[in-house]
Write a protein that binds this ligand. Structure first.
Ligand code: XBP
Ligand code: MG
Length: 234
């Protein structure tokens, strides 16, 4: 079966962004006089819930039984998340987070070989744009035939919704595509959509369960090996 498209996760896969997300959450909490601080060990646990707004709510529910929620709790969380996104995108625009090894080359090679490329992420469109403007240039979006982000679907990863949305946009069947993910939740999401999935691990995810993955790599620094293992004709 010839692979016609590669669908990329963003956070942890295209770049090691999770720590920048963590720092942006903490800046936002401090600015709002909330005595909340997500250290690396805690954030590692909180990552089991995807999506920033969902993660804040999970933290409140699971770790702060005595927190008195403001009357408009939904708006409170939404507002925190808007501020967090501003901090995060500012950090990306400062250019401190490079794309992971092999990613830029893979995108270029695949594009030249006529493959379709797509994004399936739980993070917001602003965050994807800020990351890829720095990593791929102002016209980054021209590389992608479908860009599935954040709240565009009802259920975030590990639900298959975002991958199903992307498949529909690409007008391709799951067996025409491969997905590239970095986490247990991402892998479950892509597999639930029926897509063969490869994993590149990172410090937050390397101990997670990748049962069901077609291959697990530390990174894509050895692209010829990746091409031969995946059967990509690039
Ligand atoms: C990873 C996530 C995201 C980010 C935070 O997404 O779980 O929630 O941690 O992003 P993916 P937001 O790996 O699917 O790209 O605060 O913008 O939700
Ligand atoms: Mg990820």
């Amino acid at each position: 079966m010839t692979i016609k498209a590669i669908i990329f996760d963003v956070d942890g896969t295209l770049a090691d962004t999770e720590d920048a997300h963590r720092v942006a959450f903490n800046k936002t909490f401090a600015e709002n006089n909330l005595p909340w601080n997500w250290d690396v060990a805690l954030y590692d646990k909180l990552l089991k819930v995807t999506g920033g707004k969902e993660r804040i709510k999970h933290y409140v529910e699971s770790y702060l039984p005595d927190f008195r929620k403001p009357a408009d709790y939904e708006a409170f969380v939404k507002n925190l998340h808007v501020q967090k996104t501003a901090h995060y995108t500012a950090a990306l625009r400062d250019g401190h987070i490079p794309l992971r090894p092999g990613i830029k080359q893979l995108i270029g090679d695949a594009h030249k070989a006529g493959l379709k490329l797509a994004i399936a992420t739980t993070t917001s469109p602003e965050n994807v744009a800020a990351l890829l403007e720095v990593g791929l240039g102002k016209d980054w979006a021209k590389h992608f035939d479908a860009i599935g982000c954040g709240d565009i679907v009802p259920q975030k990863k590990p639900a298959p919704d975002i991958y199903n949305w992307v498949l529909n946009e690409l007008k391709l069947a799951p067996q025409d595509c491969i997905a590239l993910e970095d986490s247990y939740n991402g892998l479950r999401s892509a597999l639930a959509a029926g897509i063969k999935t490869y994993v590149t691990t990172n410090p937050y995810t390397h101990k997670q369960d990748f049962n069901g993955a077609a291959g697990v790599f530390d990174d894509l620094s050895d692209l010829p090996r990746f091409y031969s293992l995946t059967g990509l004709r690039i």
